[in-house]
Ligand binder design. Structure first.
Ligand code: F6P
Length: 339
């Protein structure tokens, strides 16, 4: 198996579940590739045993390491993965990841016939085929607690606090932490914002005697075209721009336009670190168990997914064909609490 892309709380719980059931129930031998797709590309691996995975259930991050290596960056990638698997006499590969890692897994299976299974993870919660990804709940708790803490300091100083949370293409984390933390404005990538409307909502609060405001912005939130300048960052191997910066842009715009003292706080990787919540541990464990069951049955090209309250196997291709973004009605449902 391997873990790829951004780390997230719950990865170790999934690894542990695969190893425990794989060895104890099915009698398989398990190998972990290091650092995402770099592992099979450069043949970096270690055997995973019950002993080597003991005690990792509550630990954040991933004992296997991770990277944003793209096996399709050069033409040699698929061949290298195949060779690494053949060298170790592997029956198949379980790739635990988000859109990029699973996208590569789907191509390796669909176009190159490599026996691969996926397991969905990401704090962004943006994978189409599953209702929830593990990592999201923990990140949501962290972001909500941060917003709660920012409330008291915002109120004491009569300030506007802009809280930038993760969420590249999907605003789940911003929307849910904004709802849970009582954010006064929530900005998500799915809905380009109008800075004048943001300032109007903050001014309305002031007019009603609330002299502080909390603005929760997803890092991928974008202003409506031509309304505010944005800066493009560098790109990673999958072509994603490195985000971060909208919080500070908003800080300057809001302070300049309203005259209210404003501070930006970028939560960044704090949201991805640390121990997983009970929900994420359980979900990751259930998905890990379903993944090793599917591997044992030779169901390559699939991915266990949470559908309602049940875990179901879905085609890996379905999991990566589109992103699960916030529907307009979910955002509308939050809007009565704005301003
Ligand atoms: O994909 C998950 C994620 O946490 C995004 O929300 C964020 O944009 C990105 O990873 C950050 O990536 P990195 O860890 O490479 O800075």
């Amino acid at each position: 198996m391997l873990t790829g892309g951004g780390d997230c709380p719950g990865l170790n719980a999934a690894i542990r579940a695969i190893v425990r059931k794989g060895i104890d129930v099915y009698g398989h031998a398990l190998v972990g590739f290091r650092d995402g797709w770099r592992g099979p590309m450069e043949d970096l691996h270690e055997e995973l045993t019950i002993e080597s995975t003991r005690g990792i259930l509550p630990r954040g991050g991933t004992i296997l390491g991770t990277s944003r290596t793209n096996p399709f960056k050069t033409g040699e990638g698929p061949g290298r993965v195949r060779e690494a698997m053949a060298g170790l006499e592997l029956d198949g590969l379980i790739a635990i990841g988000g859109e990029d890692t699973l996208g590569a897994a789907a191509r390796l299976h669909g176009d190159h016939g490599v026996p691969v299974l996926g397991v969905p993870k990401t704090i962004d919660n943006d994978l189409a085929a599953t209702d929830v990804t593990f990592g999201f709940d923990t990140a949501l708790q962290v972001a909500t607690e941060a917003i709660d803490r920012l409330h008291t300091t915002a109120e004491s100083h009569n300030r506007v606090m802009v809280v930038e949370v993760m969420g590249r293409h999907a605003g789940w984390l911003a929307l849910h932490s904004g709802l849970a933390g009582g954010g006064d404005v929530i900005l998500i990538p799915e809905r380009p914002f109008d800075i004048e409307e943001v300032c109007r909502l903050i001014n309305r609060r002031h007019a009603r005697g609330r002299y502080f405001s909390i603005v929760v912005a997803a890092e991928g939130a974008m202003p409506k075209e031509g309304t505010m300048e944005v800066v493009e960052g560098e790109k990673d191997e999958f072509g994603h721009v490195r985000l971060g910066g909208i919080g500070h842009r908003l800080e300057r715009e809001i302070e300049g336009r309203t005259g209210f003292e404003t501070r930006a706080v970028v939560l960044g990787h704090i949201q991805r670190g640390g121990t997983p919540t009970a929900f994420d541990r359980v979900l990751a464990t259930r998905l890990g168990v379903a993944a090793i069951d599917a591997a044992n049955d030779g169901r390559w090209g699939t991915m266990p997914a949470l559908r309602g309250t049940r875990i179901e196997l879905v085609p890996l291709s379905e999991a990566v064909e589109s992103l699960r973004t916030v529907p307009a009605e979910d955002y509308e449902a939050a809007s009565p609490f704005f301003g």
